[in-house]
Write a protein that binds this ligand. Structure first.
Ligand code: PRP
Ligand code: HPA
Length: 173
């Protein structure tokens, strides 16, 4: 990463402002509900930590982890779950929190997996959305920012495990 060319895309201030707006919107939509927020590891951990503190409603948290065979653009499209949640979601309101929707394969898999367990409602909040990269149709219910087809790091997002700690989001080449 030290010798990667990186250009700032989203500043910490812009991120903070947008996360606060999302928190307000989600709090309004789930008044009188005890939401279960499921973070998708690893990338979502920073966004999720900020988002739940921007809520004015109570929530519970859990985590899932998924892996796809192949990496990035070369992904074969096969997704597997390597860590399931530990909470019963039947009859509950569930919000999946993800760092980025790219091909859509990860979230399509997770949504189908959760729907089989009959939650009362299931929505998705993604920090970033690369709409032009979908391999399967998928639309998140809440989106922080829409980004073009370029690789980004920071705020939880990595390039070969590097860069997750960066407070801003960068484009890398
Ligand atoms: O829409 P898709 O094409 O499925 O891609 C999105 C997924 O890919 C990345 O995860 P990754 O497998 O790199 O794991 P990480 O979160 O641990 O970095 C990202 O965090 C999303 O979970
Ligand atoms: O641009 C990205 N950055 C980090 N992880 C990703 N996973 C899909 N797209 C990206």
């Amino acid at each position: 990463m030290e010798n990667m060319n990186k250009k700032i895309l989203l500043s910490k201030d812009a991120i903070d402002k947008r996360v606060k707006e999302l928190g307000e919107q989600i709090s309004r939509d789930y008044t009188d509900s005890e939401l279960i927020i499921v973070g998708v590891l690893k990338g979502a951990f920073i966004f999720m930590a900020d988002l739940i503190r921007a809520l004015s409603i109570p929530c519970r948290v859990d985590f899932a982890r998924l892996a796809s065979y192949g990496s990035g653009a070369a992904s074969s499209g096969k997704v597997i779950m390597t860590k399931d949640i530990e909470t019963s979601i039947k009859g509950r309101d569930i919000l999946i929190v993800e760092d980025i929707v790219d091909t859509g394969l990860t979230l399509k898999f997770l949504v189908d997996w959760f729907l089989e367990r009959n939650p009362r409602s299931l929505k998705v909040c993604a920090f970033l959305d690369k709409q032009g990269r979908r391999k399967v149709p998928f639309e998140a219910d809440y989106v922080g920012f829409t980004v073009d087809d370029a690789f980004v790091i920071g705020y939880g997002l990595d390039f070969n495990e590097k860069g997750r700690f960066l407070p801003d989001v960068y484009l890398v080449e």
